[in-house]
Write a protein of this length. Structure first.
Length: 164
């Protein structure tokens, strides 16, 4: 199985058509890249490049490895972009459903603190005593009260339940 460092070597050799140019991009020596390529070809049991007119040209196997390697590279770049955006700039919309009874108490304070901590996130708070319908996709976070069995003396106790 290829690891990412070897796959990067193959991708750069394929793009540049030259071991020397690929080594400059990867900031490593040409002999190191040659050894890594030779080991990858040995491990895979196929030749990845042929020398033609002074250039390295991908074989059919080399083209297949490069094609899939580019897909992996795009996925890794997407992951890095996502993590960078989460870490640096959280933004977007969060839709919250909560009963009116919770807003004057702790939920209101939590929402204010959250908004101060993440000013680029828009909170859409919907006040409703009905249970949120998450399946519809209209709510991201819900908080509600559920009714427990009535006590023998006719009193009813309520319990806060958060659903995420």
């Amino acid at each position: 199985m290829l690891d990412w460092s070897v796959l990067r070597v193959i991708l750069n050799i394929h793009r540049e058509g030259s071991m020397v140019k690929a080594s400059r991009l990867l900031k490593t020596s040409q002999p190191t890249l040659s050894r890594q390529l030779a080991k990858a070809e040995q491990d895979l049991g196929v030749k990845l490049f042929e020398r033609r007119h002074g250039k390295l040209v991908a074989t059919e196997a080399g083209q297949a490895v490069s094609y899939h390697g580019q897909k992996i590279e795009r996925q890794l770049q997407g992951l890095e972009d996502t993590l960078r955006s989460i870490d640096n700039e959280m933004s977007g919309l969060i839709r919250i459903s909560a009963p009116a009874q919770l807003l004057p108490y702790s939920l209101g304070d939590v929402l204010v603190e959250f908004q101060q901590t993440y000013p680029d996130i828009t909170l859409d708070v919907r006040v409703s005593d009905e249970m949120a319908d998450f399946a519809s996709g209209e709510i991201d976070v819900g908080s509600g009260l559920i009714k427990l069995d009535p006590e023998p003396d006719g009193c009813q106790f309520y319990h806060r339940q958060e659903v995420a």
